[in-house]
Design a protein around this ligand. Sequence first.
Ligand code: MEV
Length: 348
Amino acid sequence: MAQLITVSAPGKLMLLGEHAVVYGRPCIVTAVDQRMKATVEITKEPNFELQAPDVKITDYKKAIEDVGFGEVPKGAKFVEVAVKNFLDCHPERSEGSLANASQNKSGDSSAMPQNDKFGVRITTQSEFSSEFGFGSSSASTVCVIKALSEITGVNLDNKSIFDLAYKTVLDIQGKGSGFDAAAAVYGGILYYVIGGKVIEPLNIDSLPLIVGYTGIKVDTVALINEVSKKGEKYPQVIENVYGQIEKLVEQAKVALLNKDFQSLGELMNFNEGYLSTLGVEGKKLADMIYGARNAGAYGAKLSGAGIGDCMIAIAPEDKTQAVKDAITAAGGKVIDVETNVEGVRVEG
Ligand code: MEV
């Protein structure tokens, strides 16, 4: 008898502090209402099966004991390593004792397969393109860990889900701050420090945020490496830049909490200047950002690793349409998002 669960988690946008956050400085991230969904089913056949059409994975299948080993297609990596990390951390829920453990915990002997092995069948589905830089990999990782934790009766708390998701990100990418996994788990707007050292929800019910997508897909790890090389060559300059970014993140936190969007926008403009110094601005982003500012935004900057993905602007209500038009005129695509959204949740 198989058991099935569907879980969803939000995408994210970095508001301020990218790159500096990789070196221990704080950042501010918001979750957005475009969500990733994962349906996880425990099966009698001891296989790992994945359908992830958004990232071109169909009918991917291997023996459950081979999960995380051998050649793994790019689109399957995060989900597969998330499953491996969950099973490694919770061997009591893997083959052999899973059925007994489940019986003891839930008292429902029909919930899990009663043989000595089991498999998982996973389907992921995204409300947003994996090209946007909304953190689809981290969101699907978080969904899968949450789903496995619920379906096996382990019931991990949010910090444990985050820790496993962050480990998954590091296992695959080798670097990264984990801010996207934090947004997927906790939702809302977060003041965040690498590795989840600080995950502080900022209670802000609305944010006049405008998002423009460049149409350019970026390799986040390659850009982290480029910036890191600059830091090795010019340590005093780059450390100073990170220090300045930290200061403006601290001020932006206060501005956000006071709903002082004018100051928030101005601080975003400062942040963009430092990102340009780090060499990650890029012409297309710059055109969209300057277009948004000229159309009346309080401020605009890139969001994420830079060069491509998205830019964000904060604008007064009466300038919103003009800012959107300017982004479109600069060759960008406006993406409507809402903030103040729930983190990972069971859908059914
Ligand atoms: C990428 O979206 C943001 C970076 O700061 C990397 C990270 O925080 O993991 C460049």
